[in-house]
Design a protein around this ligand. Structure first.
Ligand code: G6P
Length: 609
């Protein structure tokens, strides 16, 4: 992961480097650093910890160079110390890197054999040394970079500056994303469009294997074979990239409360609201009637969205669905059937494992469809069909609105496939669409009841371990709830199918461990209530999230109760139940004083395996 940025500006660029890095901090926040050319000389300022530490340092160690690069790190090789912070330098070159150089050990030994001394434990530093070797042998910066790229194995996005070269910035990409931006005040490199949005009015993405030579008045793209190529330059609308907290304390809270709006917007993109039917903004590149199977792969929260969707695709489209986390999927070497559809799900569209799962599916002749939030991302560009979530930029590292928008897209897709396959009648489609259209309003109502969550959150905050239980689509939502709680509050949490309780986890039940039961009024409510009673009978610490009827049916002593309206029922209830589940994790973390938007050790865009 990590975020990288580079600028050739008209005046001092350190301030803009920091501004861009702030927008990339979601990619990692273990350490940060910048380098600029001060009268042609490379000067670096680096700091461990969050970007604000670097900002504080820059207040005294002022930089005035008009060419600079910057980095925010998610540590892979070497602790997040200042000496491991990027940029890394060697003689006349300085570099920032996102990704992993897999053959760095061999390269380092080889370079050490030639007298190079290393100042960090990172894999990235070898890149600077290889380039400086080339420069010493008389190569131009371009040739030295081109030769270095050929020696690297692994995934990377790189940005280089060179001593004495005030008008030269070189970028390279293999596996990790990189974009070039052009603006009034200069030319830019960045890990994503979000970083460049305040400065650039047009943007172009490097293709896999590309490298680019930037000067203030020219830009030259090369492909992996070093041939000069053209890359499409497109306008960049800054307005679509507003990243402000507004009146909220945290981005996560803002993003939770944005959900009624962005789910509504996403649904409007896939439904004909006037007619009350599904109308996809794309044509299927295959015949839905002939589909033999759907395979879904994703990571983290996006994977849980896929798990919820499995219920919908099976029920409404009568499709059999195989689903696996992306880091496991391709290593199973699964056989994939003719006329199979692969759906990958990713907020960022850059998650390395999900991308690899997509590529595996393509190699095995699957039709491919990507549900992504960033439509310029690599996953979007490599899929046959792109189904966008219209969530807008999600800054909180723990995913919230992207998750519910993924569910909204999946729901529409399941209904469209159900219709196209002759499983659903027009009438059934209309009924289901009506239920779906009701979800943003229902979610808004549930968010209005935020106050009831706080006492429950204070209670959960005392725990060291917890269980979430659910059945049907509430089972993956239970897993998502547990993930939210552990990533935000560092309280251990597991999500379980309520029916599995008696096959092991029931041994854990005592009053110290909250058991959070998700009980929407659906066909499995009675059974969920039985499981709840099993917990009560063992003196468990029960918290119920459900309608008053579930509370009455439970007839058990509850340590906490989060009421959800009775009419949040039916197949799409999980979409609305996501709200109390997210709010609970959020308030536990706030109450415990945790860093809600940037939990420890995490990063939002995971571009390493
Ligand atoms: C990271 C994030 C999660 C996210 C997962 C998948 O682990 O912290 O919030 O769900 O990556 O990311 P993607 O961008 O592919 O949805």
């Amino acid at each position: 992961m990590c975020g990288i940025v580079g600028i050739l500006g008209k005046g001092p660029v350190a301030g803009d480097l920091i501004e861009a890095l702030k927008r990339l901090e979601y990619r990692g926040y273990d350490s940060a650093g910048v380098a600029t050319l001060e009268n042609g000389r490379i000067v670096r300022v680096r700091a461990s910890g969050k970007l604000k530490n670097l900002e504080e340092k820059l207040a005294t160690e002022k930089l005035s160079g008009a060419a600079g690069i910057g980095h925010t790190r998610w540590a892979t090789h070497g602790k997040p110390t200042e000496s491991n912070a990027h940029p890394h330098a060697s003689d006349k070159v300085v570099v920032v890197h996102n990704g992993i150089i897999e053959n760095f050990r061999e390269l380092r030994e080889e370079l050490q054999g030639r007298g190079h001394r290393f100042a960090s434990e990172t894999d990235s530093e070898v890149v600077a040394h290889l380039v400086s070797d080339g420069l010493k042998a008389g190569a131009t910066p371009q040739d030295a970079v081109a030769a270095t790229l050929k020696r690297l194995k692994g995934a990377f996005a790189l940005a280089f500056l060179f001593e004495g070269e005030n008008d030269l910035l070189i970028g390279a990409r293999r596996g990790s994303p990189l974009a070039v931006g052009w603006g009034e005040e200069g030319v830019y490199l960045g890990s994503d469009a979000l970083a460049l949005a305040p400065f650039a009015n047009s943007i172009a993405y490097l293709d896999e294997g590309d490298w680019v030579v930037l000067r203030r008045e020219s830009s030259e793209f090369h492909n992996a074979d070093d041939a000069i190529v053209e890359r499409r330059r497109q306008p960049l609308q800054a307005g679509s990239f507003l990243v402000e907290k507004g009146n909220f304390r945290h981005f996560m809270a803002k993003e939770i409360f944005e959900q009624p709006e962005v789910i509504g917007r996403t649904l409007a993109h896939y439904l004909d609201l006037a007619e009350g039917v599904v109308r996809l903004p794309f044509d299927f590149s295959f015949d839905p009637a002939r589909l033999s199977r759907v395979t879904i792969s994703a990571c983290g929260t996006a994977f849980y969205a896929g798990l919820v969707a499995r219920y919908w695709l099976e029920r409404f489209a009568r499709l059999s669905v195989d689903i696996d986390i992306a880091s496991e999927f391709r290593y199973r070497d699964p056989p994939l059937p003719d006329d199979g559809l692969m759906i990958v799900v990713s907020q960022s569209g850059e998650t390395a494992d999900t991308l690899a799962a997509l590529r595996y599916a393509k190699q095995h002749n699957q039709h491919t469809l990507a549900i992504v939030n960033v439509d310029t991302s690599t996953i979007a560009r490599e899929s046959d069909i792109v189904a966008r979530t219209l969530a807008g930029p999600e800054i909180g590292v723990a995913s919230t609105k992207a998750f519910t928008c993924q569910l909204a897209v999946f729901a529409c897709l399941a209904l469209a496939l159900g219709r196209a396959r002759g499983v659903l009648t027009r009438e059934q489609e209309r009924e289901l669409v009506a239920e779906l259209i009701a979800t943003p309003g229902q979610m808004a109502e549930e968010l209005n009841r935020e106050a009831q969550i706080e006492p429950v959150a204070r209670d959960v905050a005392r725990a060291t371990s917890s269980l979430y239980l659910g059945r049907g689509p509430s089972f993956p939502l239970a897993m998502e709830g547990a993930l939210k709680l552990k990533e935000l509050s560092y309280i251990h949490a597991e999500g379980y199918a309520a029916g599995e309780l008696k096959h092991g986890p029931i041994a854990l039940i005592d009053y110290a461990m909250p058991v959070i039961v998700l009980a929407p009024p659906d066909a499995s409510l009675e059974k969920t209530v039985s499981n709840l009673q099993e917990v009560a009978a063992r003196g468990g610490h029960l918290i119920l999230i459900g309608p008053p009827s579930a509370r009455t049916a439970a007839a058990a002593e509850l340590a906490g109760y989060v009421e959800v309206a009775e009419n949040v029922s039916g197949p799409f209830a999980a979409l609305v139940y996501a709200a109390p589940v997210q709010l609970l994790a959020y308030h536990v973390a706030v109450f415990m004083g945790k860093d809600v938007d940037q939990p420890r050790n995490l990063a939002k865009s995971v571009t390493v395996e």
